[in-house]
Design a protein around this ligand. Structure first.
Ligand code: 5GP
Length: 189
């Protein structure tokens, strides 16, 4: 996606350890116009796939996921990173965070994820695929189906995409980073 790639080259910052900072338009301040273009592109990439619900993980996945859900006219569900005391019937999965170097639980109320539901997972980044695996696990716990996964930015030098495709998941990434060695961002064509 051309506009996204240009924006990454313009405003993306590299941080040691293979982390790309895009706080200027995705992760802190959000460019709503670009986010809507991103959402439209996801809808196009998953055209023809029946989707009952869009699913994501708080916090950074919420912005693109709600826009995609709105365009598809389906609900959006986000997995929480803290187990709320008021939540009954909780489904949990442990996820290792690449950026924070620690594990945490993601959780969803079973009230909102049902057997047979066809869900599209949307997130900001795909690195090693741990968050994506957590979502696959939550869906498997109730018998819901993940019919696709869309990421705004995939870091190809980590191997989440390969792992997910090997599991038969339909993965779509709108910008693919080949490397950020020496703080130089290299995007794939
Ligand atoms: P994974 O679970 O695929 O290993 O990592 C994906 C999650 O970690 C994303 O939800 C995102 O929040 C975070 N993440 C991974 N790599 C980066 C990165 O380079 N920059 C930012 N801002 N977040 C990242």
């Amino acid at each position: 996606m051309k506009a996204l790639k240009e924006r990454i080259m313009q405003d993306g910052l590299c941080i040691e350890g293979g982390i790309l900072k895009v706080d200027n338009f995705i992760n802190h301040q959000i460019d709503g116009k670009l986010m809507m273009e991103i959402a439209k592109e996801f809808v196009k990439r998953f055209e023809g796939t029946k989707i009952d619900k869009v699913i994501t993980v708080e916090a950074s996945g919420i912005a693109p996921a709600i826009m995609v859900a709105h365009l598809l006219d389906v609900p959006m569900l986000f997995a929480k990173k803290k187990v709320p005391s008021t939540m009954n019937g909780i489904l949990k999965s442990e996820v290792f965070s690449f950026t924070k170097s620690r594990s945490y639980n993601i959780c969803i109320s079973e009230e909102f994820l049902k057997r047979g539901e066809r869900c599209l997972f949307i997130d900001d980044f795909l690195a090693n695929g741990n968050a994506a695996n957590g979502i696959l696990d939550l869906a498997a716990q109730v018998g819901a189906e993940i019919v696709g996964m869309g990421f705004i930015i995939e870091k190809a030098f980590q191997h989440g995409s390969e792992m997910l495709r090997n599991k038969g998941v339909h993965v779509e990434s709108l910008a693919i980073i080949e490397s950020i060695d020496n703080c130089e961002i290299r995007l794939s064509e």
